[in-house]
Design a protein around this ligand. Structure first.
Ligand code: FRU
Length: 519
């Protein structure tokens, strides 16, 4: 049982490390999707690390994940260059690496998954330019410097805007992907730019929804006429970009798919040695006033479903935990019971051995026998006689309570030496009489036949008939060694009425026939 318990699926366990560059609503969605997906697979362990937009920290975290023995790394590099060495190290050590959504500056990865950030920037540029009729001023709030989506969205956006000579990007701020940084940078812009209050901004393009909303907050606080705000991410849920577009806080967003489910499935395929695409391009779409309502309704349904799934998953994992606890308890209980049983059996065998040794020793002392009688009998019938022929007839199967000498019986033996000595003396004196019966022996002991049987049996564990036969055989044995009597003469001399029966009993007792002893 213990062996079985140790045979869990340790060997098949897949440990996946997820190194996130940031912690925010977008990452939360994605992590939840990965967790949910993992719960559909047995023996998948996920270890999450978040670098809070710090490349050095992410480097350390990746090294730690590798040291912890992960089988595969999923990583969103905070910045293109700084995190690459750690990712390269991981890849070089033979651990598959899935880079997602943000790029490295090396080719050392197993698979790459992302939406097209350049295309998103470009489409957003075209949408905004069209929306404002090809004329106006734009503020761009950039994502973190050195991170690939910031660079690509910027490039796409500029390529689109450059086709509209009436549109000017009058401000480019660092938003670092966070609402707070964008908010502060916008305030700072107002403070720095002498003409800021006079300068009309028609559109703010945040590289994600959070930076667009951060800038919006600063504009509101400044009391500046509100421009249009556009972002990227288009997340579902109450805090997500779809709802912000529906509620006209944003004019447009762009769905930047999280697809944690896909990432995890890809990881498992790679680990299983299945075929997989080295590059996966995720499809995405613009969110505008036209489709925001429908998209939000849809996304609400998605949220409800995933919440229900999560509930189900929690129930299932609680149930599985309970099962595994039960299994462990059962296995332990079985182990303990098994050990107890073994201990009981060993103790019983030891005790039985001890009692037998003691019994043999006591009986030998008292009776001076070389060999203990092994068979025991039921209380005798009135026909029970001490002669060999009748002894044979009177033997009956053992009764359970008679099969083992008890400790009290042994104690009784030790306390009863005068009685046994007297009984031995009576037996030795009369054993040559082949007509001798138990009644005769009992009479000499001044007991009834039944009293004698019980007493002798209790003390020695053997019946009077058995002790008589053993005494006869021992004496026969002795005579064969020390006299010239023939086997027949010895048989008669020790009270056997038939030499053939003497020979049979002798063989049973000593394992050899009398002739062999004589030789
Ligand atoms: C989430 C996020 C998104 C953004 C993406 C860029 O951490 O900041 O808001 O679209 O990363 O990599």
């Amino acid at each position: 049982m213990l062996l079985l318990a140790s045979c869990t699926s340790e060997n098949t366990r897949r440990h996946i490390g997820i190194s996130q560059c940031s912690e925010d609503i977008w990452r939360d969605w994605q992590n939840a999707e990965m967790k949910l997906e993992a719960s559909f697979h047995e023996d998948v362990q996920l270890s999450f690390a978040t670098a809070h937009d710090d490349s050095r920290r992410q480097t350390q975290q990746i090294d730690s994940l590798v040291a912890a023995g992960i089988d595969l790394l999923i990583v969103a590099p905070n910045q293109l260059q700084n995190v690459s060495p750690a990712i390269d190290r991981t890849y070089d050590s033979g651990i598959p690496v899935i880079v997602f959504e943000r790029k490295t500056d090396s080719q050392k990865f197993t698979a790459f998954v992302s939406a097209d950030n350049y295309e998103m920037g470009r489409q957003m540029g075209t949408y905004i330019a069209t929306y404002i009729g090809g004329r106006g001023n734009i503020m761009e709030v950039m994502g973190l410097k050195g991170s690939s989506p910031a660079y690509e969205r910027h490039r796409g956006f500029h390529d689109a805007i450059s086709r509209y000579p009436g549109i000017h990007i009058v401000a480019t701020l660092q938003g670092d992907w966070t609402e707070e940084t964008a908010y502060k940078a916008t305030h700072q812009w107002f403070a720095n730019s002498e003409t800021a209050d006079g300068k009309r901004i028609d559109v703010v393009f945040g590289h994600n929804d959070r930076t667009a909303m951060g800038a919006r907050r600063a504009f509101e606080e400044r009391g500046h006429p509100l421009p249009l705000f556009c972002g990227i991410d288009g997340l579902p849920g109450e805090q997500g970009g779809i709802r912000q577009v529906r509620d006209s806080l944003l004019t447009a967003s762009y769905i930047y798919p999280t697809r944690g489910d896909l990432l995890l499935q890809l990881a498992l395929d790679i680990l299983a040695g299945k075929a997989y695409d080295k590059e996966t391009l995720l499809t995405s779409a613009l969110v505008t006033h036209e489709n925001a309502n429908v998209l939000y309704l849809e996304s609400e349904e998605v949220v409800r479903r995933s919440q229900r799934l999560e509930r189900l998953q929690r129930l299932a994992s609680g149930y599985l935990r309970q099962l595994s606890v039960q299994r462990t308890v059962t296995v332990l209980a079985c182990g303990v019971i098994g050990l107890l049983l073994i201990a009981i059996v060993l103790f019983y065998l030891y005790h039985r051995g001890q009692v037998n040794i003691r019994r043999e020793r006591v009986l030998n002392n008292l009776w001076n026998l070389n060999v203990l009688p092994e068979t025991q009998e039921e209380p005798p019938t009135p026909k029970d006689a001490a002669g060999p022929e009748t002894t044979e007839d009177s033997e009956t199967p053992d009764t359970p309570e008679d099969t083992e000498p008890t400790a009290s019986a042994i104690a009784a033996m030790e306390d009863s030496s005068p009685f046994i000595a007297r009984f031995r003396e009576v037996v030795e004196r009369n054993m040559s009489n082949s007509e001798l019966t138990v009644e005769d022996l009992a009479a000499e002991m001044h007991l009834s036949r039944v009293q004698l049987y019980r007493k002798v049996k209790t003390i020695t564990g053997s019946s009077p008939v058995e002790l008589l036969r053993t005494a006869r055989l021992n004496r026969g044995h002795q005579q064969l060694l020390t006299t010239d009597k023939t086997v027949s003469e010895v048989a008669y001399a020790v009270g056997f009425s038939s030499p053939a029966y003497f020979t049979k009993c002798f063989k049973d007792e000593f394992g050899m026939v009398p002739g062999e002893v004589r030789k």
